[in-house]
Design a protein around this ligand. Structure first.
Ligand SMILES: O=C(CO)COP(=O)(O)O
Length: 249
């Protein structure tokens, strides 16, 4: 059975006092939910976030991690470093990492292998750009992103993977994929995984939607049968909005 998940990707927002204030407010306002609730603050505040949420069910996850176990990679963060502060889930492949930091499918495949080797759960992000959708190439793009980064994995690895479909044209733009567009792509993703592996794996993997999810549209998007939750950017930075999105699931 796949789980429902609402995760907040804070990106490069919130300094230390702001992080503690938002986490404290979120923990206090967290509604009763069957869904897993996760937040991804910036690296420098991860350890303190883990402490702040010590007695909360909200899980702290990382926005990124490096593929090497250790070594001369100035500015980077390893799987062991995350595990040592109590973080055991990492977002990998966010479109901003791909666009601004040159992360290719090949690099992402290495990150996924390293993470899984360390027993870190991977929240793998992917999604097409606007030109891909306009040229009706979005299914091909998504299929190749999945194939290049994930389809060499053994079947057993999939129990540690969460997928987050984030069409680039919907991120931070206020333009959301319609609930029907999200459902259509999520169903396609499950079909693609069924073909590469089998229906059990496809049906057990949680597939989140990300891209301008707000309190006003979350219910309709989450209501679709193949949408298992959301990866939330801007709206995760406001406690009441994030709480409203959690309530929508
Ligand atoms: O990129 C996202 C989450 O990872 C989505 O960001 P927005 O919700 O701000 O569009």
């Amino acid at each position: 059975m796949r789980s429902k998940i609402v995760a907040g990707n804070w990106k490069m927002n919130k300094n230390l006092p702001e992080t503690e204030a938002l986490l404290t407010e979120l923990a206090a306002k967290l509604p009763d939910t069957q869904a897993e609730v996760m937040v991804a603050p910036t690296y420098v505040n991860l350890a303190s976030a883990v402490r702040t949420l010590d007695s909360s069910v909200i899980e702290v996850i990382a926005q990124n991690m490096h593929f090497a176990e250790s070594g001369a990679y100035t500015g980077e963060i390893s799987a062991d470093m995350l595990l040592s502060i109590g973080v055991d889930t990492a977002i990998i492949g966010h479109s901003e990492r791909r666009a601004y930091f040159g992360e290719t499918d090949e690099i992402l495949a290495k990150k996924v292998v390293t993470a899984l080797g360390k027993n870190i759960r991977v929240m793998f992000c992917f999604g097409e750009e606007l030109e891909d959708r306009k040229s009706d190439n979005h299914f091909n793009v998504v299929e190749s992103q999945l194939k290049n980064a994930l389809f060499s994995l053994e079947a057993s690895a999939w129990s540690k993977i969460v997928l987050a479909y984030e069409p680039v044209w919907a991120i931070g733009t206020g333009e959301t994929a319609s609930a029907d567009q999200a459902q259509e792509m999520h169903a396609f993703i499950r079909k693609t995984i069924t073909e590469a592996y089998d229906a059990t794996i496809a049906n057990n993997v949680s597939i989140l939607y990300g891209g301008s999810v707000k309190p006003g549209n979350a219910g309709e998007i989450f209501g679709k049968p193949d949408v298992d939750g959301g990866l939330i950017g801007g709206a995760a930075l406001v406690a009441d909005d994030f709480v409203a999105i959690i309530k929508a699931i």
